[in-house]
Design a protein around this ligand. Structure first.
Ligand code: ARG
Length: 461
């Protein structure tokens, strides 16, 4: 016989379509271990409040242990009549400890405070795992940076050649964004670490139960300050969805570059066979599917965030059943990243960089023009004038189809009288790169320092 949590005032059970609509066990079953942990903590505060005697507490905890083991082994499963994870586990408990004892556990709690607590707890775990997956991606990028301390490429703005930079500098830029994603998750966690248990349906508990004790046992910093907010608030879920969407977007930017770098036109990278796929018809193909899925999934993560925000918008306080819609988008974001992050780490860590190709392209497109202008500034020429003079050099070189380093002494002097042949010392890619030696710049020493700071940040987490 199914265990309803609310049968008393109803003459009939729910219609089949009602039950089907209501059902959430196909996605909230992941909360089961947290629900049982909550039940253990709740049993203890019931005991503290004198509502369970020592023997009852012991039998209750033993029953919950058996239930936990049966959930883990799959011996206990939700059935169609179990509306949600809480209902199913109540049935499981009653089956194990009997209805008399089992029926005492629900005192002073509601599915509203339970679900808000359990979802926070599940999400805190999940986001910790996501963060560790992100650090693996950062590790992969850092090891590529360490393996290529001198490799150069044309840095781009507007996707056009801009100024030459070190490959390591470029890879570490992605690390910075990913480390902020990790820091954001950590900041979010500090805000989310408050337990709504004890809020009851919305108004709090009248039974003398200690929410702080439950919070501590469940690994929270404390209990929420307001029971209405505790049961109604889902900004923790939306903020998590944002953190995950932002991470997805940052990954998609790395991914897009790999896709471009892997084209015949760029030819910067070769994908490892283990992290590429073939074509069913074109035998020559080696496709960057990991990167494309990263790019694609970022759209899905954004959708999960915007869908959840739309669900939350304008809901009156406190709990509404709409809130059951909070879980699937966030669970999906976590699951997608669980698939994506290891693949990204694998793909990035095994990329082969074609450094000669990148070096060959580094000066192309007059990427050293800024170096001419800045060299003139160091000779006392105002930047406005220097910019014009360097532009004139580019025009001359372009007309003659040569590089800036191939301009004659006369051509240089014609662009500006201060442009002596000494300017050629900055007209090399290594010279240009070495000259950008302020903090954060692309000079090898500065990049090595950046790399050390990233390594230290990873170690700190
Ligand atoms: N399954 C619900 C949820 O995920 C919790 C149950 C609350 N239901 C209720 N009728 N008060 O939000």
């Amino acid at each position: 016989e199914p265990t309803k949590l609310w049968g008393g005032r109803f003459a009939s059970g729910p219609a089949e379509a009602m039950a089907a609509l209501s059902l959430s066990t196909h996605f909230d079953w992941c909360l089961a271990p947290h629900d049982i942990a909550g039940s253990r903590a709740h049993a203890r505060v019931l005991h503290q409040a004198g509502l369970l005697d020592a023997d009852e507490l012991e039998r209750m905890l033993a029953g919950l242990d058996v239930l936990a083991a049966d959930v883990e082994s799959g011996a206990f499963q939700p059935v169609f009549d179990d509306e949600d994870v809480h209902t199913a586990l109540e049935r499981g408990l009653l089956e194990r400890v009997g209805t008399e004892l089992g029926g005492k556990l629900r005192a002073g709690r509601s599915r509203n405070d339970q679900v808000a607590t359990l979802f926070r707890r599940w999400l805190r775990d999940a986001c910790r795992q996501v963060a560790s997956g992100v650090l693996d991606v950062v590790d992969a990028l850092v090891s590529q940076a360490a393996a290529h301390p001198e490799a150069v490429l044309p840095g781009r703005t507007h996707l056009q050649h801009a100024q030459p930079v070190l490959l390591a500098h470029h890879l570490l830029a992605h690390c910075q964004a990913l480390l902020r994603d990790v820091a954001r998750i950590r900041d979010w966690d500090a805000r989310t670490a408050f337990s709504p248990y004890g809020s009851g349906a919305l108004a709090g508990s009248s039974l003398g139960l200690d929410p702080e004790a439950v919070a501590a046992e469940l690994g929270f910093t404390g209990a929420v300050d307001n029971s209405i907010d505790g049961t109604a608030a889902r900004d923790f879920a939306a903020e998590a969805a944002f953190c995950l969407a932002m991470l997805g977007v940052n990954l998609s930017r790395v991914a897009e570059e790999v896709i471009i770098w892997n084209t015949a036109e760029f030819g910067y990278v070769v994908l490892d066979d283990a992290w590429a796929t073939g074509s069913s018809i074109m035998p020559q193909k080696k496709n960057p599917d990991v990167a494309e899925l990263a790019r694609g999934k970022s759209g899905r993560l954004i959708g999960n965030l915007s869908g959840l925000l739309a669900t939350l918008k304008a809901q009156p306080l406190a709990y509404n059943r709409d809130l059951q819609e909070d879980k699937e988008p966030v669970i999906d974001s976590v699951e997608q990243l669980g698939l994506l992050l290891p693949a990204m780490a694998g793909m990035l860590g095994t990329l082969t960089f074609r450094t000669e190709r990148m070096a060959e392209l580094a000066p192309a497109g007059f990427t050293l023009a800024t170096d001419i202008a800045e060299w003139l500034v160091r000779q006392g020429v105002p930047f406005r004038v220097a910019h014009e003079a360097s532009g004139a050099c580019v025009r001359t070189a372009e007309n003659r189809g040569v590089g800036l380093d191939e301009l004659t002494d006369a051509e240089l002097a014609e662009a500006h009288p201060a442009l002596t042949p000494q300017v050629r010392e900055v007209l090399t890619v290594p010279g240009s790169i070495a000259s950008r030696d302020a903090r954060g710049g692309t000079a090898p020493q500065r990049v090595a320092e950046q790399r050390e700071r990233v390594v230290a940040a990873v170690a700190e987490h």
